[in-house]
Design a protein around this ligand. Structure first.
Ligand code: ADP
Length: 491
């Protein structure tokens, strides 16, 4: 199959969250299955053209955003020496310091224009490079309008006659919702398509709704989240739309790249380790404690957290736990960036308990690896979590996740206090359980070395590799192809 991924993020070039990990990793596994996979992303200023050896293709292309003609160029390089990645280069929209906004955490005022431009430019780019996709796989709100273009403005475009579209929700909280009156003409859709079963969404134009209404297949990143987003409590208003298409909704768990997230070979660590030489994990722990200015002591329960500062991630639970466990022999290490109020709250706690909490306000890949390795447990009490990669990464480092029972966390972590094969600790917020109680259970388990070594072994034994998920993606793509064929025949 010819598969084209269109996304706003992709590792190693640009990453804000888990979306980037998925788009940079899944293609490698699809390639191994024999598919021709290509990726299109924006050429943000932070992507270093020299480092990645970007080559400029000879096309000078234009697309219309409202009344403006926007020109762009295509740069390219190979991911892993065999997957072509195309970068849409336009100074006006992507040559700025941030990805979605500036340092304040507030999004750019023209994000709507930026991703209308990117979506249209991607469609023109794929034609220019003459890559005729069987599947166009779009990710998150930024590319939600592409399936809509394929079925409206491009429905008679012969280039795409055999192209099916797949739309994946990585996070339903970000939908790209704008007023219809100005957005419809900017994007170039016809008012005829502004209907409740098509582009209209409660009197607004919503990018995600466009993807959900027009894509041949819809997916999200865990089976539990696929069910949750069909309910009022987690659907963010989109539940009815998704339920209407429930036969077409897939929930496929993300994997991680075990060659990258590997404590045996990780160059960011003071010492490499596995279950067989777990004593080296203590070397990493000591190193981390020293870096954070803590007393280095293997008997202290070190609890790490690497996260966006965002309400989604349950920082209210985390702050509560930090306050209520000060009598325990425990140290918290939090690496995060984003929302200022959360950052200030965490820094305030650090100023009160400087020997117990370290707060690193940064986005730092190397430090993230050191926290995954050097902590005993990993805190991830998200209010909702489409899949979550951090808990899976923690498992790979033998670091025991403490999570809320939601979305992908519920699909990947089994509670050790309830079953001997548990690989973490799970509290059920909606059943009235408390994170503080769970951290206490984890703490008591940590102080029983026999029990702790069992849960650590279970963590190491957990495997969420792409090898399994890629087969489910192939199956989903095949269904999408059949849908398209049926649609073309009966149109
Ligand atoms: P989300 O996509 O909602 O942010 P995930 O758990 O799916 O959450 O993915 C988060 C990814 O981003 C992980 O790879 C995690 O290590 C990384 N990450 C998050 N915050 C930071 C940070 N401050 N520094 C380095 N890496 C981070």
């Amino acid at each position: 199959m010819n598969i084209l991924m269109i996304s706003s993020e992709c590792v190693p070039y640009v990453k804000v969250g888990g979306l980037a990990d998925v788009v940079g990793t899944l293609p490698k596994y699809l390639k191994k299955q024999g598919h021709d996979v290509r990726i299109i992303i924006p050429k943000y200023r932070s992507i270093d053209g020299v480092k990645y050896n970007l080559e400029t293709l000879p096309y000078r292309l234009k697309v219309r955003v409202g009344k403006e003609q926007e020109s762009f160029r295509i740069k390219t390089c190979l991911l892993d020496d065999n997957i072509p990645v195309y970068f849409i280069e336009n100074m006006r929209y992507f040559n700025r310091l941030g990805i979605y906004g500036d340092d304040s955490g507030i999004g750019y005022g023209d994000n709507r224009e930026r991703y209308i431009f990117f979506s249209k430019a991607s469609i023109e780019a794929v034609k220019a490079i003459m890559f005729r996709p069987d599947i166009i796989h779009c990710h998150d709100w930024h590319t939600g309008i592409i399936p809509a273009y394929l079925k409206t403005t491009h429905s008679n475009d012969g280039f795409f006659w055999k192209t099916s579209s797949v739309y994946t929700i990585h996070n339903i909280a970000y939908q790209g919702s704008f007023d219809a009156e100005t957005t419809l003409p900017l994007a170039g859709f016809s008012w005829e398509d502004y209907k409740s079963d098509k582009l209209e969404f409660y009197n607004t134009f919503n990018f995600m709704k466009a993807g959900l209404a027009y894509a041949d297949i819809i997916s999200t990143v865990s089976p539990t989240y696929a069910k949750e987003i069909q309910t009022v409590s987690a659907g963010n208003g989109m539940e009815v739309v998704i339920k209407t298409r429930k036969e077409d909704v897939y929930g496929i768990l993300n994997g991680i790249d075990y060659s990258y997230w590997n404590p045996r070979t990780d160059k960011n660590l003071k010492a490499n380790y596995s279950l067989n030489n777990i004593e080296n994990k203590s070397v990493c722990k000591k190193d981390l404690q020293e870096k954070c200015g803590f007393a280095s002591d293997d008997n202290v329960f070190v609890v790490g957290c690497v996260s966006r500062f965002d309400n989604q991630k349950g920082f209210d639970f985390i702050m509560d736990v930090i306050r209520k466990t000060q009598h325990l022999n425990i140290q918290f290490i939090v690496l995060g960036s984003g929302d200022r109020a959360i950052r200030d709250g965490m820094l305030y706690l650090k100023s009160i308990y400087p020997k117990k909490i370290s707060v690193l306000n940064d986005y730092n890949e190397s430090l993230a690896h050191q926290i995954y390795a050097g902590s005993d447990a990993f805190l991830m009490p998200s209010r909702f979590e489409p899949c979550g990669l951090s808990q899976i990464i923690s498992l790979a480092y033998g670091t025991v996740p403490i999570v809320n029972k939601t979305g992908g966390l519920a699909d990947t972590i089994r509670d050790f206090s309830k079953s001997a094969d548990g690989n973490g600790f799970v509290f059920d917020f909606y059943a009235g359980e408390s994170l503080v109680d769970k951290v206490n259970v984890a703490y008591n388990t940590f102080n029983n070395k026999n029990l702790w070594s069992k849960v650590v072994a279970n963590a190491f034994a957990s495997n969420y590799s792409w090898d399994n998920s890629v087969l489910e993606y192939e199956n989903m793509y095949n269904t999408a192809l059949n849908r398209r064929i049926a649609y073309t025949i009966y149109k």
